[in-house]
Design a protein around this ligand. Structure first.
Ligand SMILES: *[C@@H]1O[C@H](CO)[C@@H](O)[C@H](O)[C@H]1NC(C)=O
Ligand SMILES: *[C@@H]1O[C@H](CO)[C@@H](O)[C@H](O)[C@H]1NC(C)=O
Ligand SMILES: *[C@@H]1O[C@H](CO)[C@@H](O)[C@H](O)[C@H]1NC(C)=O
Ligand SMILES: *[C@@H]1O[C@H](CO)[C@@H](O)[C@H](O)[C@H]1NC(C)=O
Ligand SMILES: *[C@@H]1O[C@H](CO)[C@@H](O)[C@H](O)[C@H]1NC(C)=O
Length: 309
C-alpha cells in the first residue's frame, strides 16, 4: 500500500514539474527576424524560463555593433526599450565583436542590465554552436551554457538574480531595439518554462539532434513536435518498428512511407513533408507498423532520368 502511495506521489510530482515547451522557431537565417508574444498566458505565474537551441555565426560579417540573437522581455510598449525598467531583459543573447553577451535584470541587485561577457574564437564561427540560457527563481541565478565548436563548453553563472512575474512576454529573434540583425542562423530554438527549466547540468538531452545531421536524412522522433529520442534514418528498412514514432522530420525531397507489414507490404501511409504529430487516427488505420520506406526524390528523379538516357 505504501508503495502505491509513494508511486502516486512520484507520478504527481512528475506531472507538476512538467515543462511547458514552446517551439519558438524552427529556423532563423540572417535578416529574417521575427517576434512572438504571449498575453495573460499560462506563464503569468512563472519566473523560471530557459531558451536553448543551435546557432551559427557567419564569419564573413564584421560584428562591429551590437546585434541581437534573441531577446526575451516581460515589458510591454515603450518600457521594453527602456533600459531603466526592470523586466526588459528576462533572457537575452547578444553579440558584438568576439563577445557573447547575456544580459538580464535583477530586482535583488537593483540592476536592469546585469551581464558577464564571454568570448568566442574564430574557430567557433561558421559551425553550429549550442546555447542554453536560463533563470531559476529558487536558485536566484542566471546560468548560461555554451557548447562552442572550437572552444568547447563555456559556462557562466550569475548569482543574486531575482525576477518578477508578468502577464506579458515577448521574444524577438534575430533583431531587437535598434540593434543589428544577428549575422548567422538559429536552428530548433526553443523556449521552455516551469520548475525544471533551470539547470546546471544535463544539457545533452537538449542537444541530441544536431543541425548538421538534419538536412541530410529523415529523423524519426518518439514524441510529437520533433521531441524525445530522435533516430536518423537514411535508408529504407524492411523491419523497422515505428510504433513508438510520433513525429517525422523530412528534409526537402524526401518521402517516408509507413507500412503495416514487414518488407513494405500491407497498408501504408505516405508522408511527403515533415509531420508534427502522427495521430491516433493514423495508428487505428495501420494498427501496427513494421517497415518504413525512405525515398529521396532527387535521387529517384536522377535514377529515372538516367534510365531514360
Ligand atoms: C506543436 O507545436 C506547435 C507550435 O508551437 C503547437 O501549436 C502545437 O500544438 C504542437 N503540437 C503538439 C501535438 O504538441
Ligand atoms: C523608464 O523606466 C523607469 C523605471 O520604471 C521610469 O522611472 C521612467 O520614467 C521610464 N522612462 C520612460 C521614458 O518611460
Ligand atoms: C563587455 O563587452 C562590451 C562589448 O565589448 C563592453 O562594452 C563592456 O565594457 C564589457 N564589459 C566588461 C565588464 O568587460
Ligand atoms: C515496437 O515498439 C513498441 C513501442 O516501443 C513496443 O510496444 C512493441 O513491443 C515493439 N514491437 C516489436 C515487434 O518490437
Ligand atoms: C529538391 O528537388 C528539386 C527538384 O528536383 C531541386 O531543385 C532542389 O534543389 C531539391 N532540394 C534539395 C534541398 O535537395
Amino acid at each position: 500500500m505504501r508503495k502505491i502511495i509513494l508511486l502516486l506521489a512520484i507520478i504527481s510530482l512528475a506531472l507538476c514539474q512538467e515543462l511547458i515547451v514552446e517551439k519558438v522557431a524552427g529556423q532563423y537565417n540572417s535578416g529574417q527576424k521575427f517576434a512572438k508574444s504571449w498575453q495573460n498566458s499560462q506563464w503569468n505565474d512563472y519566473q523560471d524560463f530557459a531558451i536553448y537551441g543551435w546557432f551559427k555565426i557567419d564569419s564573413s560579417y564584421q560584428i562591429a555593433e551590437w546585434s541581437t540573437g534573441f531577446h526575451f522581455t516581460s515589458n510591454q510598449d515603450k518600457d521594453w526599450t527602456n533600459a531603466s525598467a526592470p523586466g526588459d531583459r528576462v533572457l537575452a543573447f547578444w553579440v558584438i565583436g568576439n563577445t557573447l553577451h547575456n544580459p538580464t535584470y535583477s530586482l535583488a541587485r537593483g540592476n536592469t542590465n546585469y551581464y558577464e561577457n564571454l568570448s568566442f574564437a574564430a574557430g567557433d564561427t561558421n559551425k553550429w554552436a549550442f546555447i542554453y540560457v536560463t533563470h531559476g527563481s529558487s536558485q536566484q541565478a542566471q546560468y548560461v551554457y555554451y557548447l562552442l565548436p572550437s572552444s568547447g563548453v563555456v559556462t557562466k553563472k550569475i548569482a543574486s538574480i531575482t525576477h518578477k512575474t508578468s502577464t506579458f512576454y515577448q521574444i524577438n529573434v534575430g533583431q531587437s531595439f535598434s540593434f543589428k540583425y544577428f549575422p548567422g542562423s538559429f536552428w530548433r530554438l526553443s523556449l521552455i518554462a516551469g520548475p525544471n527549466a533551470y539547470r546546471e547540468s544535463g544539457f545533452e538531452q537538449f542537444q541530441n539532434i544536431q543541425p548538421d545531421v538534419v538536412p541530410s536524412c529523415p529523423i524519426l522522433f518518439t514524441g510529437c513536435n520533433y521531441s524525445g529520442k530522435g533516430d536518423s534514418l537514411c535508408q529504407s528498412s524492411p523491419s523497422y518498428n515505428v510504433t513508438a514514432v510520433h513525429s517525422i522530420y523530412l528534409p526537402a525531397n524526401f518521402t517516408a512511407t509507413l507500412h503495416d507489414q514487414a518488407n513494405y507490404a500491407g497498408k501504408k501511409i505516405v508522408y511527403s513533408q515533415s509531420i508534427e504529430c502522427i495521430t491516433q487516427l493514423n495508428w487505428a488505420y495501420l494498427l501496427s507498423t513494421h517497415a518504413i520506406t525512405i525515398e529521396d526524390e532527387t535521387k529517384t528523379v536522377l535514377r529515372r532520368n538516367n534510365r531514360r538516357n
